[in-house]
Write a protein that binds this ligand. Structure first.
Ligand code: FES
Ligand SMILES: [Fe+2]
Length: 423
């Protein structure tokens, strides 16, 4: 349980708030590079700021304030030039450093550019990595965008999935350090949704949590497993500052503002060994729906959709003054403490947790991964067939989010060499 002030402190992401300052020390994966195959600008909202991301004609990305400093037109309707983004109202042109490069009419009247030289628009760094576009909104010097090992895996099919969730980011991230919910929210609820009343899966008999450089790890033993099971010896990662990492996929909970979170999923499937070498030229992205059109209720058929139901069900802002934490919530208490401590570190001028500044350490960041060898070296079709576990290496069904588009399904099947089961 937290008092109201501490609860608010965890949730508020504005630039003048302690958590807003903390989060501005990290890179945020808020768009997919493949979005810019078909458009040049994308309106984005991040940490409560309205921005526009663009890719100019020479292929450079930029992130600028959404509104033109002339008379406030929406720059996401602007058009890109060889260098920079031009406002579609009166043609002012801006570079990625926020400088005004042209003011067509004013430049005729005053070629010395007196007004132009006074203009400096808000701008942020953007970097492409793993098919994602990452934005940094904090003080210089900016840290490095993390090079997690899965970003280097070969012979795989990757897809990026977005869903905007109408609630605060912090309750989404608390779900990343919550082992017991798998049993009830995913396994047992799915049994019930399937029309059966049981039997339920073996229950959790032990959970534990550890802090690591890149976040926290949770570990579990269920009634049917022992302390030799990889979910106890290795575990799953609550990746800093707001991601769940399971091995085959990342789920970032990107704070859009105090009331909204962008779920950004990055899903990797290794192709069977017989299909190697496989090179994916572009990583597809898609937007997954949240609401069942027929019933007007949240979609509950997929794993992450079930998570979303938990998050939005806690209210736009979870009221932690009313909660009752138990033993299974030890990890939740640990991550809150880390965030509170790190907000103090920022005040002391220190880096918070998991800021990467050493290029050597960032060459390939190793994370705890169940089934690591299979991700690195692959499996034959036969081995894939027999692969067990809650998240199979190569699923024949995209179990994580609803609404996978047909063209992504087809591209996946082409890569894997087999048909999915849910078509
Ligand atoms: S409002 Fe953008 S150029 Fe006038
Ligand atoms: Fe979950």
């Amino acid at each position: 349980m937290l008092d109201e002030e501490r609860n608010r402190t965890l949730m508020e992401v504005g630039a003048d708030k302690p958590m807003g300052k903390l989060l501005r020390r990290y890179w945020h994966p808020i768009a997919a590079a493949s979005e810019f195959d078909t458009k040049n600008t994308k309106p984005i909202r991040l940490l409560g700021e309205n921005l526009v991301m663009y890719k100019d004609l020479s292929g450079k990305y930029g992130v600028l304030d959404r509104h033109c400093p002339h008379r406030r037109a929406d720059l996401s309707y602007g058009y890109v030039e060889e260098d920079g983004l031009r406002c579609n109202y009166h043609g002012w042109l801006f570079g990625k450093d926020g400088k005004c490069l042209a003011q067509p009419y004013e430049d005729v009247e005053d070629p010395s550019g007196k007004l132009r030289n006074t203009i400096q628009i808000k701008h942020y760094k953007v970097e492409e990595k793993a098919g994602l576009l990452w934005v940094y909104m904090g003080p210089e010097p900016a840290p490095l965008v993390p090079n997690y090992e899965p970003f280097f895996w070969q012979n795989g099919f990757t897809q990026i999935v977005f869903t905007e969730i109408p609630c605060n980011w912090f309750q989404c991230q608390e779900n990343s350090i919550d082992p017991v919910h798998f049993e009830w929210m995913h396994s047992n609820w799915s049994i019930r949704l399937g029309g059966s009343t049981g039997p339920y899966i073996p229950t959790h008999i032990k959970v534990d949590f550890d802090e690591i450089d890149q976040g926290f790890v949770y570990r579990r033993i269920r009634a049917d497993t022992s302390d030799q099971h990889p979910l106890w010896t290795i575990g799953r990662v609550c990746l800093w500052p707001y991601c769940l990492f399971t091995g085959g996929h990342f789920e970032w909970r990107v704070p859009v503002d105090d009331n909204t979170t962008m779920s950004v999923g990055w899903f990797f499937n290794k192709v069977p060994k017989e299909r190697e070498p496989y090179v994916q030229n572009s990583i597809p992205h898609w937007y997954s729906p949240l609401v069942d059109e027929k019933t007007g209720r949240w979609i509950n058929t997929h794993v992450m959709n079930q998570d979303f139901i938990a998050w939005v069900g806690q209210g736009t802002h979870a009221d932690r003054t009313q909660e009752h934490l138990g033993k299974s919530d030890k990890g939740i208490a640990m991550i809150r403490r880390r965030f509170f401590d790190d907000m103090e570190r920022i005040e002391r001028g220190e880096d918070p947790k998991a800021i990467m500044r050493d290029p050597k350490a960032n060459e390939r960041i190793q994370l705890p991964i169940v089934g690591l060898d299979a991700f690195r070296n692959g499996l034959t079709s036969k081995e894939l067939e027999n692969a067990g576990g809650e998240e199979r290496l190569a699923s024949k069904k995209f179990i994580f989010q609803s609404g996978q588009p047909e063209e992504v399904k087809v591209a996946y099947e082409d890569a894997m060499g087999f048909k999915m089961t849910d078509r």
